[in-house]
Each structure stands twice: as structure tokens, then as C-alpha cells.
Design a protein around this ligand. Structure first.
Ligand SMILES: *[C@@H]1O[C@H](CO)[C@@H](O)[C@H](O)[C@H]1NC(C)=O
Ligand SMILES: *[C@@H]1O[C@H](CO)[C@@H](O)[C@H](O)[C@H]1NC(C)=O
Ligand SMILES: *[C@@H]1O[C@H](CO)[C@@H](O)[C@H](O)[C@H]1NC(C)=O
Ligand SMILES: *[C@@H]1O[C@H](CO)[C@@H](O)[C@H](O)[C@H]1NC(C)=O
Length: 147
């Protein structure tokens, strides 16, 4: 689908959802998504005191290069705006040059549920990248390291 079509569809669905039932769009508090403040975390869950190299971006923001020591995290927050369709992605690598690139925030109701409409928590572990499903309180595997 072309992106302009996607946007029109998204706006239509949002408008209908807001009119019919505000809680459909955002279960907590009933606000529409543009008023939600989202927090994204990228956690270094690597063993053996391994440093995680991290670089996260959106189309408009470069969050800079980070060296995260084991057990620490990098976090930022922003207001969701349905007209700008916020998308953040991160590039990560670890000491042995294994690397991964993945989206950490995008327009996706399934993602929003995993984040409990507030906190998207990504963890880099020895075997790959995980997202926390907050409702079920477990880390869900999302992708392997690439050599
Ligand atoms: C961590 O270090 C131990 C001891 O050197 C090693 O056996 C193990 O494979 C290392 N784990 C990883 C994930 O590198
Ligand atoms: C872990 O790494 C940090 C910096 O990379 C270092 O300062 C610290 O002493 C290390 N800790 C252990 C237990 O090796
Ligand atoms: C991160 O670590 C790498 C390798 O040690 C180093 O080349 C780089 O300058 C560091 N970057 C920052 C922002 O500290
Ligand atoms: C991120 O780091 C802060 C400061 O150490 C800590 O309080 C917080 O629990 C961490 N969050 C996650 C999701 O790991």
C-alpha cells in the first residue's frame, strides 16, 4: 500500500475509533495517541561485562552514539503524533562485531499493547534482541545478531 493511502486509512480508523469509543484507541485514560507520552528504553542485557554500542534515530532526530556498559540502559521520551507517524530505529553492535538493526517504535497497535501504552523496553542479550511484553511480564525474542 502506498504511504499516503496508509495515512488516510490510519486517520479514518483513528477518527472512527475516537468517535465510536475513545478507549479503543488508547485503553488507559482514553486519550487519543497524539497525547500519549511514550518512553523507549534500550537495555544492555549482555553477559561478561560486554559494552553495547548503540545508535538510535528517527527521521528528524539523531539520538547520538552511545556506549552502554552492561546492565545500563539508554532512554528517551516523546509525544506520539499521528500526523508525523513517529518511527525510531536503532543500530547496535557488541564487541565481536556482531550487529543488529531494528525498529524500536512505530505505528502498531500490537506494539502499543506490548508497551502497555507507555514504555517500550528493548533488551540486547547474548542471543539476540528482545522486547518486553509488559502485560505478560516476559521478554519476547525479536531477532538474532548478524555476524
Ligand atoms: C563469558 O565468559 C565465560 C568465561 O570466559 C565464557 O565461558 C562464556 O562463553 C562467555 N559468554 C559469552 C556470552 O561470551
Ligand atoms: C566492566 O567494564 C567496565 C568498563 O568497561 C569496567 O570499569 C569494570 O571494571 C568492569 N567490571 C568487571 C566486573 O569486569
Ligand atoms: C565507544 O567505544 C568505541 C570503542 O571503544 C570507541 O571507538 C568510541 O569512540 C566510543 N564512543 C563513544 C561515544 O564513547
Ligand atoms: C534504566 O536505568 C535506570 C537507572 O539506572 C533504572 O532506574 C531503570 O530501572 C532502568 N530501566 C530499565 C527498563 O531497565
Amino acid at each position: 500500500m502506498r504511504s499516503s493511502n496508509t495515512l488516510v486509512l490510519l486517520l479514518l480508523v483513528s477518527a472512527i475509533a475516537i468517535v465510536i469509543h475513545p478507549y479503543f484507541v488508547a485503553p488507559q485514560g482514553g486519550l487519543s495517541p497524539e497525547f500519549i507520552r511514550w518512553h523507549v528504553y534500550v537495555v544492555n542485557g549482555l553477559s561478561n561485562n560486554t559494552t553495547l554500542f548503540l545508535h538510535c534515530k528517527s527521521k528528524d532526530d539523531d539520538l547520538g552514539v552511545q556506549n552502554l556498559s552492561a546492565g545500563t540502559n539508554f532512554t528517551w521520551s516523546f509525544q506520539q503524533n499521528i500526523f508525523r507517524r513517529t518511527l525510531f530505529w536503532c543500530y547496535v553492535s557488541k564487541d565481536d562485531n556482531a550487529h543488529a538493526a531494528f525498529k524500536v517504535f512505530w505505528q502498531d497497535v500490537l506494539l502499543f499493547h506490548k508497551c502497555s501504552w507507555k514504555n517500550c523496553i528493548w533488551t540486547a542479550k547474548d542471543d539476540g534482541i528482545y522486547i518486553k511484553d509488559l502485560a505478560r511480564d516476559l521478554d519476547e525474542f525479536r531477532g538474532k545478531w548478524e555476524p
